[in-house]
Write a protein that binds this ligand. Structure first.
Ligand code: KG4
Length: 335
């Protein structure tokens, strides 16, 4: 079944053609350079750029896959969660396309597709497994009991891990998206130089909190500026990265221990973090767990992962029609 998948939830316009777990094409047009000058995504600009790009990106995806519109068996689209104006561009384009081609419309939840990015690279990966989902807007530990059945057992009480990385990076004057830059320039953590707090949460065994760490770094940088003191940016980056990874890894391993899952997947933009991968690899090897994460090209937003999840939504009968609307916030277990 050839699915044409569309993703426009934030600042990437992407269209892919996916047949089961095989990616025939995956075109990503990123707006990152444009948002860089503002230090973050400007929603209105994002929506406009999606509108301008989507037809050409779609044509390119079909051309690269070597097929025409008449070869498409279904159209899938990210409908939630995300920037509402950005999502609406993809949703309306997908509705028009499915109607004109007379093929099913498959609404896909953005976080489910991040998890499905793993299916593209790991044909052996099947639910049930435990997933650490870490992105710019979400930090969640979920039981994936089936392809369309999820149970959240831990989540952030405030900032997402990616948001924390991005905001402290911006304070240090690093280029957007900050998490990527922070990871690249981080050297070795030094807790004597930068005694940052250990993020912790009371109650909610596997929950996260990153706002205290974020505020501590912002205050530290402000104070240094006021006193005209130099910040050792690579060391501070490494110290922040270590603190964030400490909590992500501690909760994931504790959740695995308690639930009995021995297969763990990581997903979302922050799953590209080099320290998180290195340390989780080590921890899982020690415990004898199987660990999966997507290849770097499928960690950020892309339509191939939407196509991968869409097949399972289709098989489960989760279809949309012309009344489909975009939704800015929606939990992963919405149905
Ligand atoms: O999943 P994603 O592409 O978009 C959302 O749906 O949120 O995630 C983007 C987030 C940003 O916060 C970005 O800074 C972060 O992922 N990110 C990283 C790395 N690569 C991307 N954070 C830390 N280390 C990285 N290597």
């Amino acid at each position: 079944m050839k699915i044409l998948a569309i993703e426009s939830s934030c600042d990437e316009t992407s269209v892919a053609v996916v047949e089961d777990r095989t990616v025939l094409s995956n075109i990503v047009s990123t707006q990152v350079e444009e948002h860089k000058i503002y230090g973050g995504v400007v929603p209105e600009i994002a929506s406009r750029r999606h509108t301008e790009a989507i037809s050409a990106v779609c044509d390119e995806a079909l051309k690269t896959a070597g097929i025409g519109y008449s070869d498409i068996d279904a159209v899938a689209v990210t409908f939630a969660p995300g920037l509402i104006g950005a999502l609406l561009v993809g949703v309306n384009f997908a509705k028009g396309l499915s109607m004109s081609l007379g093929v099913p419309l498959i609404p896909v939840h953005h976080l489910r597709s991040h998890i499905a990015a793993n299916y593209l690279a790991h044909p052996d990966l099947k639910p049930p497994f435990l997933c650490l989902l870490v992105s710019g807007g979400n930090t969640v530990i979920a039981k994936v009991s089936d392809y369309t059945k999820f149970e959240i057992i831990g989540q952030t009480r405030d900032d997402a891990a990616g948001e924390c990385f991005d905001k402290v990076a911006r304070q240090m004057g690093l280029a957007y998206p900050g998490g990527v830059t922070l990871d690249k320039i981080a050297t070795v953590a030094d807790h004597k130089k930068y005694p940052l707090p250990h993020p912790k949460v009371s109650g909610g065994e596997f929950d996260f909190s990153f706002s205290g760490l974020k505020t501590a770094v912002i205050n530290l940088v402000h104070n240094a500026k006021q006193k005209n003191e130099e910040i050792d940016v690579p060391v501070l980056c490494a110290t922040v990265r270590e603190r964030v990874c400490d909590l992500l890894i501690k909760n994931t391993m504790a959740a695995a221990e308690e639930t009995g899952f021995t297969t763990i997947a990581v997903a979302g933009g922050v799953s590209a973090n080099s320290e998180l991968r290195r340390r989780l690899d080590e921890e899982c090897k020690n415990k004898g767990y199987s660990l999966y994460y997507p290849p770097l090209k499928y960690c950020g937003d892309n339509a191939a992962m939407v196509g991968a999840q869409a097949l399972h939504e289709y098989l489960d009968g989760n279809l949309g029609d012309t009344s489909l609307n975009a939704t800015a916030t929606l939990p992963i277990n919405y149905r």
